[in-house]
Structures are given as C-alpha cells and as structure tokens.
Design a binder for this molecule. Structure first.
Ligand SMILES: [Fe+2]
Ligand SMILES: [Fe+2]
Length: 237
C-alpha cells in the first residue's frame, strides 16, 4: 500500500472544505487546549502570585499567569474561527483534565506543578508543531518558547528550594503527591481519538509513546538534576 500524500490544511478556508471527521478532530484538540489553559491559569498560576515568597518570584509568576491566560486567548480565538461555540471553550462547557484537581496550597507545590506539568505540556505542544492544520501548528510553535520558560521556571525555583533541608522535603513531598496524577494527562493507551488524530496528521505520536517519553524526561529531571526521587507508578511506564 503506498502512503497517500500528507494532508496539509493551510488556513481556515481550507479547513472548511475538509471532511467532517477532520474538522471534528481538530476542534476537539483546540477546545481541550482552550479549556485547560484557562482552568490551569485560574486554579494554579493566578493563585500562585499570592504564594510567591519574594517580589522577584511574584514578578515571574505574574508573567507565567499572563502567558497561560494568553494561551487560552489564542486557542479560543482559533476555536472561534473554526466554529467552536464560545461557551464550549470554558471550564463550565467542558470538564477540565484531572491534573488540575491537585489542591495547590504552597509555593513548593506550584514550583513542582511548573516543573512536571509544563514539561508534559511541552511534549504535547512539540507533537502539534508539525500538525497538518497550519493555524494550529503555528499556534503550537508560538506557544512553545513560553511553555519552555514555565518548565525552566519550575526547574530553577525547585533547585533554589532544594538548597535547604526544609525546602527539599517540601519539593519531594509535592513530587510524591503530584507526579502520580501526570501520566493520565496523555490519555489512554490504544485511544481511538488518538488513532484518528494520527491518521489525519494532526498528531504524530501515540499516547503511550508520549507517556513513556514523559516519564523518561521526568526521571532525568527529578533524579539526575534535582537529586530527588521519582515515585513509582502503579503501572510502570
Ligand atoms: Fe500554557
Ligand atoms: Fe505553561
């Protein structure tokens, strides 16, 4: 069987001419990003400004919060152009992901969220940066440097916290409680949605492949760079 030439959808007008299945698949991804970027900013990034211990940390946290709200705005704008009703792009219109159920109360927890969750987001955005729908590809490429900054923010503040025994314990404790929530972020193994996304060239990798890559990168970060322990997952990836 010879492979069909890779589908490329250059703009919203070309999008309109695509089969319904393609449009539905792209809308699912854009909607999910619009909802989750907004919810993450509301439950983690904005409240973290009050938790940040110094003016410098507050300043950088404001920047992170601004950028996460900005991601929502960009995804929502794209969503509107491709026919997603506005009310479906809010946490009221669609249930946010379970990673946002973590009850964040401390600065150390926020730093661990940025360290671990934003790295998971980087893996997703990397995958979208060669997406067949160019406006989504461009959005992913634009978002990437900001997500990298958020992960770097998490890394630097966790490193800083780990300089004291108390801080080190707080970071390890937050990792122990938060890391087990993250593998679910990549979706189910053998996902039908994901197979559809790959068939249309919207996504490149399987959920399970991204999850394995994620755990590998998280291990490097936590165990090698921070010298802490990565908790074992019930189902080792
Ligand atoms: Fe984001
Ligand atoms: Fe982020």
């Amino acid at each position: 069987m010879t492979a069909a030439p890779a589908l490329q959808v250059r703009d919203e007008q070309e999008f309109e001419r695509q089969p319904e299945d393609y449009k539905t698949a792209v809308r699912k991804i854009v909607r999910s990003h619009a909802v989750n970027e907004l919810y993450g900013a509301q439950v983690f990034d904005e409240p973290a400004i009050a938790l940040a211990p110094t003016p410098y940390a507050k300043w950088l946290t404001c920047r992170v919060a601004m950028e996460e709200y900005g991601h929502h705005v960009r995804f929502r704008e794209l969503g509107e152009k491709i026919g997603i009703p506005m009310q479906e792009m809010t946490p009221h219109g669609k249930k946010p992901l379970s990673i946002f159920e973590f009850p964040m109360k401390t600065w150390a927890e926020f730093c661990v969220i940025k360290l671990l969750a934003d790295m998971a987001e980087i893996i997703q955005v990397e995958d979208l940066s060669t997406c067949s729908f160019h406006p989504l590809r461009n959005l992913a490429r634009m978002t990437m440097p900001e997500e990298r900054f958020h992960a770097q923010f998490g890394r630097e503040f966790c490193t800083e916290l780990c300089k004291t025994e108390e801080g080190r314990k707080a970071v390890q404790d937050a990792i122990d409680r938060y890391f087990p929530m993250l593998p679910a972020f990549f979706g189910r193994d053998g996902s039908i949605n994901n197979a559809q996304f790959r068939r249309f060239g919207i996504k490149q990798r399987k959920n399970e492949e991204m999850r394995v890559d994620y755990v590998k990168r998280a291990r490097q970060l936590v165990e090698v760079e921070l010298g802490l322990r990565l908790p074992t997952l019930p189902r080792a990836a």
